[in-house]
Design a protein around this ligand. Structure first.
Ligand code: ADP
Ligand code: MN
Length: 515
């Protein structure tokens, strides 16, 4: 498309609500500049030269002139797709900020207010706090170490004294504008200017942007319901970027689709890509994305708050980091299980709130949950003994209690049971660890007893068999009380002596509970 033609088109031409015709990005100003062309040219030339000089001296800084997202550490300018994604996010944020201003202006102090919520590009929870913006680092060792301060100049310009280059620099800005055109809706024709070194003026770009948006909105209204799908909501722009990077880096071959959408996570299937020097990628992977919407996680505080492994970190964290902690917990717990030889997904990599692990199943078909599979009585019995064994191993060798064990979190694959979903698993000395274990035992015992396994222990026997305690109460209420007494004893001991009771120790003989 010829940019001159675009400039001539009146911006009001596009359909759209009245508020937008006020042109939130600045009124298109057709008045020509008062200086001569020669002046402009020479000034531009000077700036261009200066820019070149700067990029030679500070290559990484000049490349990242805009926005809190694009920092020197995480930017990979070699990928157009990624760059486009980053620009899109920046663009969306600007758009939303303007929307917010408009909303405020319209509503004033009125008791009845109009919400522009549905027009937002970025979901409220997606909006980031720049302090947790470390994006693509190896988080396997300590994902929550203090983030490096961002090197992006928040002040909006680079350089000193007369050498300042602001984000308003025409050349930088013009090129950026052209690149941004690529982010207009796919059906919006932007011509072939993108590949050229085209410097689109702000006015032209703004006019185009307005038009593209009103087009996009119009078609969106036609085709889309108010609610996005849950899966889509979980995969906010930043998560999408993380996933793109996994594919772009070759670690994953393709992400084929969504296996499960839960309250707290969305799981995708992917084909594994190339091995790195320290890691062989399984042929099929499951990607568990912990949702960044926070409300679902509130009631899970109790699992992590009292887990001493996370104790000193919890209080200082913002909710977003707490969600990453769930992912981190799942990774650590899976690793422990793997080391003990318990059938479970193998950790591939953790990036922020995205955990990649091996896929249990085949050819994109996930293994069925125990609740969904019909087993012969022989297999059912086999499964029971296996689960009993795995629970003991989990407790004694991994020093863990699953804490959400049921037929929903056990898969049947290759003729055996696999444990999954261990983000909430805790150590037995967790202040509620034994209560969680008892709940697990109830689920398991009920499932196998109903499933016709005559040998299945009842929940109290199972609890003792797994934990090594010897609680003799013969009814649930008393049993539960004794469990809580034990937990309290341990808590007091930790308070007074700074360490847990010896009877919780996972090595040596099974502890005997002494009434
Ligand atoms: P949630 O917290 O949502 O329950 P899960 O870890 O249980 O998360 O995963 C949800 C579902 O996704 C599981 O019930 C299972 O069907 C599927 N799934 C999760 N991890 C894997 C895996 N590694 N391989 C195959 N399927 C998996
Ligand atoms: Mn689950």
């Amino acid at each position: 498309m010829d940019p001159v033609e675009v400039a001539a088109a009146p911006p009001e031409a596009g359909p759209g609500p009245a508020w937008r015709s006020k042109c939130p990005w600045g009124a298109p100003n057709t008045a020509s500049m008062s200086c001569s062309l020669a002046d402009v040219m020479s000034e531009q030339l000077a700036k261009e030269l200066q820019l070149e000089e700067e990029s030679a001296a500070f290559p990484e800084v000049v490349a990242v002139a805009e926005g809190p997202l694009i920092t020197a550490e995480n930017v990979d300018t070699s990928s157009d797709l990624m760059l486009a994604q980053m620009l899109q996010m920046e663009f969306d944020r600007e758009y939303d900020a303007q929307l917010r201003r408009e909303e405020k202006k319209i509503n004033g102090d009125s008791k009845v207010s109009i919400s522009f919520e549905n027009y937002r590009k970025v979901h409220p929870y997606d909006s980031d706090s720049s302090e947790d913006e470390v994006d693509w680092q190896d988080t396997r060792h300590d994902p929550y170490r203090a983030d490096k301060p961002t090197t992006t100049p928040r002040k909006g310009f680079i350089g000193k004294g007369k050498d300042i280059t602001t984000k308003h620099d025409e050349v930088v800005c013009g090129r950026k504008n052209t690149a941004r055109m690529e982010n207009f809706a796919p059906e919006f024709q932007v011509g072939d200017g993108i590949g050229m070194d085209l410097k689109l003026s702000n006015q032209v770009f703004n006019a185009l942007k307005q038009h593209a948006y009103s087009e996009e909105r119009r078609s969106a209204r036609l085709h889309e319901k108010k609610e996005h799908s849950t899966a889509e909501k979980a995969v906010d722009p930043k998560t999408r970027l993380l996933l793109y990077k996994m594919v772009n880096s070759g670690m994953l071959e393709t992400i084929t689709g969504c296996i499960s959408t839960g309250k707290e996570s969305v799981v995708f299937h992917a084909y594994g890509g190339n091995a790195t020097e320290d890691k062989v990628i399984p042929p099929e992977c499951a990607i568990k994305v912990f949702k960044t919407t926070l409300n679902e996680f509130k009631n899970r505080d109790k699992y992590i708050k009292d887990d001493y492994r996370f104790k000193d970190r919890f209080s200082k964290l913002n909710p977003r980091k707490v969600i990453r902690m769930w992912a981190e917990k799942e990774m650590h717990n899976l690793t422990r299980m793997q080391n003990a030889g318990i059938p479970c997904p193998e950790v591939v990599i953790l990036k922020k709130h995205v955990l990649v692990m091996s896929f249990i199943g085949q050819d994109q078909v996930p293994a069925p949950k125990l609740k969904d599979v019909t087993l012969s009585s022989e297999d059912m019995k086999k499964a029971y003994y296996q689960v009993l064994n795995m629970m003991q191993q989990l407790y004694k060798e991994c020093n863990l209690v699953h804490a959400d064990l049921s037929e929903y979190n056990m898969l049947w694959h290759d003729g055996k049971v696999w444990f999954i979903d261990v983000s909430q698993s805790v150590e037995p000395t967790h202040p509620h660890g034994l209560e969680f274990l008892f709940r697990d035992c109830k689920n398991v015992s009920q499932f196998f007893q109903k499933g016709g396994v005559a040998e299945a222990l009842n929940e109290r026997e199972l609890f003792n068999a797994v934990s090594g305690f010897n609680i003799t109460a013969d009814n649930e209420v008393d049993f539960q009380e004794e469990i809580e007494a034990l937990e309290k004893m341990n808590e007091d001991h930790v308070q007074n002596h700074g360490k847990k009771l010896a009877m919780f120790s996972s090595d040596g003989d099974p502890p005997i509970y002494d009434e």
